[in-house]
Design a protein. Structure first.
Length: 574
């Protein structure tokens, strides 16, 4: 009786498997994963023996017709079989020197996907175990760096009227992140769920503009401040971008003008540093923030707002209605914005930015270095000028020019490792391996003995964050400011005919393997600019550094009562 019951259960389960309907999104998501897996794992596909994009376009109509799990699996099984026999090479030896970082790596879907038959899962597992071990046809590793680049990839725009052509592009980008983005494990949304959400949007997109919005949404889910989508315009198309004559910063849901970029234009509309913008074209800044959540990739909120303000202050229209909050009253101005960033850039920007000093000695014998303009050739002169100061403020609220090695030799007493890395293993795509790290400084009994202060904020990104890590390793540095961009590591660039996108290509960690991505460089003393401070022409971050130099790590209430000359920060802006 038990045997009969078991027989009917088996038959019933087989009938149920063959009759269970599956959705279009389920099929396409699973197909995307299999296509990407075969692209980098199958010996003949990864070797370039097939036109793999065309293979996808050929199989998708068959996938569309498959209405059951059984039929779907059979399509994929036949596809794999038609690629040719795979020689058994397992087990593939791994060097004893390789230490894997596996937070990113997960091929469990091969056995767990509910759409796959046991036979299909078995075939995919066999391919993993006997994966391609040569030079990848579609990607290559950057020499001495580790991040990847594209080669032999079809970069042409899709046919925006054909859903399968559009899906090909989305599948390509999704799999690049799946296998070669070192921080995939840190995304807010599971990367598989992102795929399931993007597929219907891709199919629904009706033209180029709608499709690129999907691409921007996909890129935003990477949560990487390095990532942007740059859509190219045709040479014949005139530039439509018109700009507000100043830069700004979002504070408390408002845009505060921080820098004039076009003097004459700003004067014409009475725009000054410290002006507060509350609305642009009848939308509040908070409404604009909410509308753009899905379109900007950022590692954290600070960088999201920093990126967004650049979009707020640009328009496709010549005429823009801007609401200001001045002296407690709301004032609306209908402004003419200009393309001064292009042919008239020099004319309008003349005199807007005053020449900055690379380094200087402030009052009270305090050195200051602008790391964004200091060059390697300037370092010896900087050291000579500042070696006798009681403290040096290194401003890294910018993008340094590769000077940290020479500076570390000056401030470090010993050689110190400050960063280690993960790079993609092209022989086992999706896995990352640890590499030896980077050290700075040298044995130097005559190293700088004064206080070392490092200023950071959301503009401190990538090489700037790496530079701050080197400063911190000196053991003699105090980092002051606010959360940095949280995007470190050499970028991988993917250029297509209609757009370009990038993401962080290698993982960067402290020597103890503590993360920096998304977190950024955490300040020892946190302070952010305020609307009041900007309106008063103060650099509150620098002020806090000067206070620390004179008084130590004082409490906030002590700061209010401390009698310290803060003219240095004001002089810096002049």
């Amino acid at each position: 009786m038990k045997k009969i019951t078991l027989f009917f259960l088996i038959v019933f389960s087989q009938i149920l498997f063959s009759q269970t309907k599956i959705t279009e999104t389920e099929k396409l998501a699973a197909t995307c994963k299999v296509w990407g897996f075969l692209k980098y794992y199958h010996p003949k596909v990864a070797n370039g023996d097939f036109n793999w994009d065309q293979q996808l376009l050929d199989v998708l109509p068959k996938i569309e017709k498959a209405e059951t799990k059984e039929a779907f699996s059979l399509v994929l099984e036949n596809w794999i079989d038609n690629l040719g026999e795979i020689k058994k090479t397992a087990p593939i030896a791994v060097s004893k020197d390789v230490e894997y970082f596996d937070k990113n790596f997960d091929l469990s879907w091969i056995n767990k996907n509910k759409l796959f038959s046991k036979n299909l899962s078995k075939k995919l597992k066999f391919i993993e175990e006997n994966r391609f071990q040569g030079e990848q046809f579609y990607v290559y590793g950057m020499e001495h760096v580790g991040n990847i680049g594209l080669k032999n990839e079809s970069v042409a725009n899709p046919d925006f009227t054909d859903k399968n052509s559009k899906l090909r592009m989305v599948f390509m980008l999704w799999n690049l992140v799946e296998y070669f983005f070192p921080y995939k494990y840190q995304t807010d949304e599971n990367w598989d769920i992102t795929l399931e959400k993007m597929i219907p949007l891709t199919i629904q997109s009706k033209n180029k503009n709608e499709f690129f919005l999907v691409i921007r949404k996909l890129a935003s889910r990477i949560n990487d401040s390095h990532t942007d989508v740059y859509v190219y315009r045709n040479i014949e198309e005139p530039s439509q971008a018109k700009f507000f004559p100043a830069d700004g910063r979002i504070i408390d849901g408002k845009v505060v003008v921080t820098e004039i970029l076009a003097d004459s234009l700003a004067q014409a509309d009475d725009i000054k540093v410290g002006d507060v913008i509350t609305k642009v074209d009848n939308k509040t800044i908070k409404e604009i923030i909410a509308e753009n959540r899905d379109f900007i990739s950022a590692s954290n909120e600070s960088k999201f707002l920093d990126k967004l303000v650049k979009d707020i202050l640009v328009s496709k229209s010549d005429t823009v209605k801007v609401e200001f909050l001045k002296n407690g009253k709301y004032v609306i101005k209908t402004m003419i914005w200009h393309d001064y960033h292009d042919s008239h850039r020099n004319e309008f920007k003349k005199g807007a930015k005053k020449k900055k000093q690379k380094f200087k000695v402030l009052e009270n014998n305090i050195g200051y270095v602008d790391m964004g303009i200091l060059k390697e050739k300037d370092v010896p002169n900087m050291i000579e000028a500042l070696k006798g100061t009681k403290a040096i403020v290194f401003d890294v609220r910018n993008y340094p020019k590769g000077t940290i090695r020479e500076i570390s030799n000056f401030i470090n007493a010993h050689e110190e490792k400050f960063a280690i890395y993960t790079i993609p293993d092209l022989n086992y795509p999706g896995r990352f391996k640890w590499t030896s790290g980077t050290s700075s400084g040298s044995e130097n009994k005559d190293n700088y003995k004064g206080k070392v202060i490092v200023l950071v904020d959301e503009n401190t990104q990538s090489h700037a964050e790496w530079t701050a890590m080197a400063f911190r390793a000196s053991g003699n540095a105090t980092i002051i400011g606010s959360q940095t961009s949280g995007a470190d590591g050499n970028i991988s660039v993917f250029g297509f005919s209609g757009f370009r996108t990038v993401f962080s290509g290698i993982g960067v960690y402290y020597p103890d393997k503590k993360e920096t991505q998304r977190i950024g460089i955490v300040p020892d003393i946190e302070i952010k600019p305020t609307i009041k401070g900007i309106q008063e022409g103060r650099d509150e971050v620098l002020e806090r550094a000067l206070l620390f130099i004179e008084k130590g790590n004082v409490k906030e209430e002590e700061k209010m009562n401390a009698k310290i000359d803060l003219k240095n920060s004001q002089n810096l802006r002049n």
